[in-house]
Design a protein around this ligand. Structure first.
Ligand SMILES: C[S@@+](CC[C@H](N)C(=O)[O-])C[C@H]1O[C@@H](n2cnc3c(N)ncnc32)[C@H](O)[C@@H]1O
Length: 277
């Protein structure tokens, strides 16, 4: 059976240096397991430039630890970023652990504790919502309200970038394990999929050296939206163009995303939606 690629942003993410065994921190473990700022921001830059804009102003919704927004502002003095998350705990973590390492660039990063539907307006070049976080919006009206507010926040020609996963393996109980190095194992678990509501409950666990386990370090209660559903909602929200970036490499190979109008289904796929204002 093909290994689902959902939680694996890039194999580079799993190669990062493990942290000291005395300081296990679920947020750092999460970043090591499923985030890869360089790859994700290269994609953001690519879609912004293709839309004819210079990548300067970024809003990251569901920003969590602000890994991406921090990397964005660190990439150049002309760059600003706003991160939006409603969890005060993760934003406090970002302020304590991420901003100090940024030096003067920290002055170009603002963190907002609020619902993404009330995110700041800023004439952004890009608004991004990655790692499927937006699937927490399970009701059509809520997702549409979010897409409309994201569109309003963009400059003309600005892009909204969302990722999404699917395939038949996304709809069944599943456990995927991956070694992160340093004796840490990451586990992605899909608990429960309801075919009537498309509600999907998942969790991330970490096994640590010495037999310790961070069970359910993160839990997700999502709706597994389909590509055509979200494409239709993006158009309804007023976006001028909606395109799909599809991984054209076979499973097990480093992903390479290209615009596609049709694709061959597979056990687990990960795609990006690019919506241009
Ligand atoms: C899986 S984390 C995403 C972390 C990171 N951005 C990434 O790409 O991996 C999801 C985050 O979304 C936040 N969140 C959930 N619902 C939200 C909402 N309606 N508005 C703002 N943030 C929300 C949670 O607090 C959590 O920090």
């Amino acid at each position: 059976m093909a290994t689902p690629r959902r939680p694996t942003r890039s194999r580079a993410a799993g190669r990062r240096a493990p942290q000291a065994p005395t300081a296990w921190d679920r947020h750092r473990l999460y970043e090591q397991a499923v985030q890869d700022a360089a790859t994700e921001l290269a994609l953001v830059e690519q879609v912004v430039r293709r839309a004819g804009r210079t990548p300067r102003r970024l809003r990251e919704d569901f920003c969590g630890t602000a890994l991406l927004t921090a990397a964005w502002v660190a990439a150049g003095p002309e760059r600003t970023a706003d991160g939006v998350d409603l969890d005060p705990e993760v934003l406090a973590w970002a302020r304590a652990n991420r901003l100090p390492g940024l030096g003067r660039a920290a002055g170009r990063l603002r963190l907002h504790e609020r619902d993404v539907r009330q995110g700041p307006r800023g004439r952004y070049d890009a608004v991004i919502a990655l790692n499927f976080s937006w699937q927490v919006l399970q009701v059509r009206a809520d997702l549409l309200a979010y897409l409309r507010s994201a569109r309003r926040a963009l400059a003309p020609g600005g892009v909204l970038l969302l990722d999404l996963y699917g395939g038949w393996l996304a709809q069944k109980p599943l456990v995927e394990r991956r070694r992160l190095g340093g004796g840490v194992t990451y586990t992605w678990e899909q608990d429960d999929f309801d075919p009537i509501s498309h509600r999907l409950r998942c969790a991330i666990h970490f096994d640590l050296p010495g037999g310790r386990r961070l069970r359910r370090a993160f839990r997700y209660d999502w709706r597994l939206w389909s590509l055509p559903e979200v494409t239709d909602l993006l158009r309804e929200a007023g976006f001028a163009a909606v395109e799909v970036l599809w991984d054209v490499e076979p499973p097990g190979v480093e992903p390479r995303y290209r615009l596609r109008r049709t694709a061959r289904n597979q056990g687990c796929w990960l795609a990006y939606l690019v919506a241009t204002r």
